[in-house]
Design a protein around this ligand. Sequence first.
Ligand SMILES: Nc1ncnc2c1ncn2[C@@H]1O[C@H](COP(=O)(O)OP(=O)(O)OP(=O)(O)O)[C@@H](O)[C@H]1O
Ligand SMILES: [Mg+2]
Length: 249
Amino acid sequence: MQIIAFISGKGGVGKTTLAVNVAVALAQRKKRVVLIDLDPQNAQRLHLGMDPEEYSGLSREGITPQSMFDSPFDVKFIPFGRVSESELVGFENELRKHPHWVSDGVHSLTAEAFDFVIIDTPPGPSVYLRQVLMAAHRALVVVLADAASYASISKIESLIQDYTSDRSDFNGSNILINQMPTQGKLAHQVRTAIYADYGDQVVPVAIHKDTRVSQALAFERPVLQYEPGCKASLDIQYVADWLIESIEI
Ligand SMILES: Nc1ncnc2c1ncn2[C@@H]1O[C@H](COP(=O)(O)OP(=O)(O)OP(=O)(O)O)[C@@H](O)[C@H]1O
Ligand SMILES: [Mg+2]
C-alpha cells in the first residue's frame, strides 16, 4: 500500500482536481484506490457526484472501513464531512493531541488491501499537513508555473523535511506543475527555473491548463471520465503511469 499526499504552499493550484483524477486513472489501471479528503472544505465529493445532503465523513466517524463511500468511478472515498465551526475546532484539537491520527486510521484500512491511498489537504502549513506528512510515503507538491508558486516551493520543501526527516519509510517529494498554458513566455520561464532548481524531483509531465477540467467539475465528474482524450486527461494518465513505474508496489 502506497500513501500519496497531494499538498501545496498556495491555494487553488489544483490539488483536489488532480488527487481525484490521478486516483481515477490508477483505478482504470486496475489498482485498488481509496481517496481521503483531509480538507475541511469537504470539496472532493463534488468531483465524485456525492449526495449533497450527506453529512458524514472522517471528522465525525474517523478513517475506518465504515466511513468509506463507493463512487461510480471505481475509487472508494472518505469525505471530510460537514461539521460546524465548533466541531471543527474540537476535531483539530484532537489532531494536535494525536499526531498519528491519520496514519493510524489509514493503517486500519488494511483489510481492504488497497494499492494506493491518496490524501488531499488544504494549502499551506496546517495541522492537516503535519498529519499527512506523518503518514505519506510520498508527497506530490502541486504548483502553478507562476512566480508566487515558485516562491512557495522552498518553504513547503522545508516543512516536508521537518516532518519526515526521521521517517525511513518516506520516499521523498515530487513537484507537479499544473495549469501549464500552451503559450506564455513567463510560465515557460518559471517552468525552466523549477527544472533548474529541482531537477529529477519534478514530475516529467506538466498538466495543461484545459477548460475541460472546470467543465467536468460543473457536471460533478472527473475530467478523465468527462473527456478522456483532452490534453489534461492525457497528462493525468501519464502521471498515473509514472507513479506506478516509480513506486514498487
Ligand atoms: N489543469 C487545469 N486546467 C484548468 N483548470 C484547472 C486545472 N486544474 C485545476 N483547475 C481549476 O482550478 C480551480 C482550483 O482547483 P482545485 O480546487 O482542485 O485546487 P486546490 O489546490 O484543491 O484548491 P484549495 O487550495 O482551495 O484546496 C478549479 O476551478 C479547477 O477546475
Ligand atoms: Mg482542494
